[in-house]
Write a protein that binds this ligand. Structure first.
Ligand code: SF4
Length: 452
């Protein structure tokens, strides 16, 4: 019998969470790779909305689902951790029940190792909870923690997560340290760490009732925005070959009936002549009646009239733009990715191509150190006038980003020792006076959304 591994995507603990095509893509890639190496993989995704076990175990109504596979998660209110006691909002564990998680862990009698991933730094209570339970059920099994929290806050993770090993070098590089642990299982992993494009498809088939699939055509980003950890997490820009992407989309559609695909790229349209143009033309030619979504923002300067037309004809239905602010000086200081007039042109091109206002969302950053409320207001107005829909994106300070030091300087919270304070709901780099104005800003956004 082949040796078994348990792979875990832990719960989210937060004030709010929403499933905008949220799947643990990195973990699913690792699952696909380790399966190909000869392991039997047991995937436990604590965020699975369609886990069949929830029907028997949960007394609450199933979460409301919306269009294209998005919607709410299962949710249970829990006590706030003491550093967050002052926040007047309820705090929840999002995902399946703890009992169902325990039941799933008990089904696997003799795993060789348990691999746990992590995402936002301030969601570590979910990571710790999953690890504590896994250790109770399988006390002698090595447990390895990877993912974004492990990479951005390795010292915190080593101290508080309960994992036997914290992999802070990146998921794929981390596979080599996995070899030492699972060596006893009798499987020799290939010596060479696989490159992204050499990996088998992510193992979405291990999840229950797939509504959509997430695709990444590349890793990394040529920009180095001061508030973003992309450069730290993926320092080199790698692109898969266009025909590989199209083949993967065809595979999920023909074998699993998937119609909705969410692109996870950080720089999907950059250098499109050699990459995305080819993919889009082929998707248009194949005419599979699919729908595509870009929850990670697109770069506005890449939305030419031709690109907008191709996106529309190919079936893109959810466009998100990385607008961030209407303050061009702030762009100059922070990211250099939007110049005067580029945002308005991009929206006009999308509208001319046939996209409706509700299909074009523009992210507006709120809560940056030294950012004024008036600047956010102006940005909301600019988006409203342009014919797109504003989305406020609350800033979360992240270690290893160029803005980190400034964030520490401008926050009344101890960002360094407590990742819970990175939570964007807190707007940790704004003072009380600015935070009091947030309801006004949210009202402005609502009003624009309701207008035709
Ligand atoms: S914010 Fe977007 S454009 Fe900027 S570095 Fe991150 S991924 Fe790249």
């Amino acid at each position: 019998m082949e040796p078994e591994l348990i792979l875990v995507n832990p719960w989210i603990y937060d004030f709010a969470a929403y499933d905008m095509w949220a799947k643990p893509l990195g973990l699913l890639y690792i699952a696909g790779y380790l399966r190909e190496c000869g392991f039997k993989i047991h995937m436990i995704d604590c965020l699975e909305v369609h886990h069949p076990g929830m029907k028997d175990i949960s007394s609450t109504a199933p979460p409301v689902r919306r269009s294209y596979g998005t919607g709410k998660f299962w949710r249970e209110k829990v006590a706030k951790p003491s550093p967050l006691k002052h926040v007047h909002r309820s705090y929840s564990r999002y995902g399946i029940t703890r009992q169902l998680f325990i039941n799933e862990l008990k089904k696997i009698k003799n795993p060789s190792a348990i691999l746990v991933t992590s995402l936002m730094t301030y969601w570590y209570p979910g990571v710790r909870d999953a690890i504590t339970l896994a250790k109770q059920i399988h006390p002698d099994v090595p447990l390895i923690l990877g993912g974004i929290y492990a990479r951005l806050c390795p010292e915190h993770a080593k101290k508080f997560s309960g994992a036997d090993r914290v992999v802070s070098e990146g998921s794929l590089n981390g596979l080599s340290s996995l070899q030492n642990i699972i060596g006893q299982a009798g499987i020799l992993l290939p010596k060479k760490t696989p490159l992204t494009w050499e990996l088998p498809y992510p193992a979405f088939d291990l999840l229950h009732r797939l509504e959509y699939v997430c695709i990444t055509t590349s890793t990394g980003c040529p920009y180095n925005c001061k508030y973003c950890a992309s450069r730290f997490l993926n320092p080199v820009l790698y692109r898969r070959k266009p025909d590989q992407i199209v083949d993967e989309i065809r595979y999920w559609h023909s074998d699993y009936g998937i119609r909705d695909f969410a692109f996870y790229d950080d720089a999907l349209l950059v250098d499109s002549g050699r990459h995305m143009d080819i993919i889009l033309n082929e998707l248009i030619r194949l005419d599979m009646d699919l729908r595509f979504h870009t929850p990670n923002a697109l770069h506005v300067r890449e939305i030419t009239p031709d690109m907008a037309k191709m996106l529309h004809v190919a079936g893109f239905r959810t466009i998100r733009l990385g607008f961030e602010t209407s303050d061009i000086k702030q762009h100059y200081d922070l990211d250099g990715k939007v110049s005067e007039g580029e945002f308005e042109n991009a929206v006009q091109n999308l509208r001319d191509a046939g996209f409706e206002k509700k299909e074009i969302g523009a992210y507006i950053l709120m809560g940056l150190p030294q950012q004024s409320v008036a600047s956010v207001k102006n940005s909301i107005k600019t988006v409203g006038k342009s014919g797109a829909t504003p989305y406020l994106a609350e800033y979360s300070p992240l270690p290893h980003t160029p803005l980190w030091e400034k964030a520490i300087e401008h926050s009344s919270y101890d960002l360094v020792s407590e990742p819970l304070f990175h939570n964007n709901t807190l707007l940790p780099c704004w003072d009380e006076k600015k935070r009091d104005r947030v309801p006004d800003l949210k009202r402005m956004v609502r009003e624009i959304r309701q207008m035709d």
